[in-house]
Design a protein around this ligand. Structure first.
Ligand SMILES: *Cc1c(COP(=O)(O)O)cnc(C)c1O
Length: 372
């Protein structure tokens, strides 16, 4: 059996090698390492895939969040409502910009920002909501947008984990994750559903004025070379990474389908289990399984993880500590759901290029652990 990894990037590369290698070689031959034609082409192709007007590439998903927040030009101390159970990047970008992250409770099943919890955090200083489409399914965007509109707030979707997922509004209109808010951000970190072979990210928007500001900020605050109208950053997607992404974007739907089929096997095997609750997908969204994250009940997670490790099955805890408990971000608040979820989640290996033998072995090993 092929060794099992949390995400197997090398098998995917071997499969795409015949297309990836020449794409990289072309960049080397043309020596257009910075802002070469593949950067513009990939931005156009991704915009067309998402049915969105603007995709502004940048150096990584954390920069994308920072640039998106900078583009809103908010006064210092503005409050940004974001889920308390999530990756750290939103909080980090806020605090670097002297904005105040306000952590809200998440939904107990989807782990996404719970819209019912948003309004109680809104003050006169609240300026934006940053939902994170965690693990691969969309937050309840219709309700979040309605709240934002009512209170005149911006919405930035953190779409780093959910690229390709689809959201359906109650009127039946369907759109891609990351195309609903005023801005969205994404990451092309290698393990993401659309990953390059280094770092990369993008800001996404349908709003011409915001997109123009994003473009300017990502490029040293200049619209015209050597004329600087704002303080910006230097954040670019390398041409080589754009060329790789140009190839991989064509396979994104197929990659996501592969993840979904592994997830379906897991969910079938573990549904109704006494100690493991498979992920629950909300009704308005598809799930592209950036992570396959179970909720555990009444078990010693570390003992389980050790037993799996002995069988060659890696597992991970995404994320073991809510943001308000992190040393650098500590706030004296109580978010019981975020806290409880952080101590009960468990993620299994998922990705493209997993074969049936591996999936069966993982399922059997997990079930046997509890049978013993
Ligand atoms: C990966 C990730 C980021 C950061 O992306 P980088 O490219 O690693 O900077 C931000 N938010 C979420 C939810 C992520 O999963």
């Amino acid at each position: 059996m092929k060794p099992i990894q949390m995400v197997d990037l090398s098998s995917q590369y071997q499969r795409l090698k015949a297309e990836i290698d020449p794409a990289i070689q072309t960049v080397l031959n043309q020596a257009n390492y910075i802002n070469g034609a593949p950067v513009k082409q990939f931005s156009k192709d991704l915009a067309s895939y998402l049915s969105i007007k603007h995709v502004i590439p940048c150096a990584n998903g954390t920069d994308a969040l920072q640039i998106a927040l900078m583009a809103l030009d908010l006064p210092e101390g503005s409050e940004i409502i974001t889920p308390g159970f999530s990756y750290i990047a939103v909080a980090e970008a806020c605090l670097l910009l002297n904005l105040k992250p306000v952590y809200a409770e998440v939904h107990p099943h989807t782990f996404n920002l719970n819209p019912l919890e948003i309004e109680k955090h809104i003050t006169t200083n609240t300026k934006a909501i940053v939902p994170v489409h965690l693990f691969g399914q969309c937050a309840d965007m219709e309700t979040i947008m309605a709240i934002a509109e009512k209170h005149n707030l911006y919405v930035i979707e953190d779409n780093a984990q959910s690229i390709g997922a689809e959201y359906t509004f109650s009127d039946g209109r369907t759109c891609k994750s990351g195309t609903i808010g005023h801005l969205a951000t994404t990451s092309f970190f290698p393990s993401k559903n659309l990953g390059c072979y280094g770092d990369g990210g993008a800001v996404i928007s349908n709003n011409d004025a915001l997109a123009e500001r994003v473009q300017m900020i990502a490029n040293h605050g200049q619209k015209v070379k050597y004329i600087h109208d704002a303080i910006g950053v230097n954040s670019r997607l390398d041409t080589i990474q754009a060329a790789i992404l140009g190839v991989k974007l064509q396979y994104l739907n197929a990659f996501n389908a592969e993840r979904q089929s592994v997830a379906a096997r897991y969910t079938e095997a573990f549904s109704g289990h006494k100690h493991l609750m498979p992920p629950i997908v909300a009704k308005n969204t598809t799930h592209v399984y950036h992570q396959y994250t179970l909720q555990t009940c009444d078990m010693d997670i570390e003992a389980f993880r050790m037993a799996m490790q002995e069988k060659g099955i890696p597992t991970m805890i995404y994320y073991p500590m809510p943001i308000h408990h992190q040393n650098a971000y500590v706030q004296n608040i109580s978010l019981p759901l975020c806290e409880s979820i952080a101590s009960h989640v468990l993620s299994l290996p998922i990705g493209t290029d997993m074969d049936d033998t591996q999936v069966n072995y993982i399922i059997d090993s997990v079930l046997n652990y509890f049978a013993e």
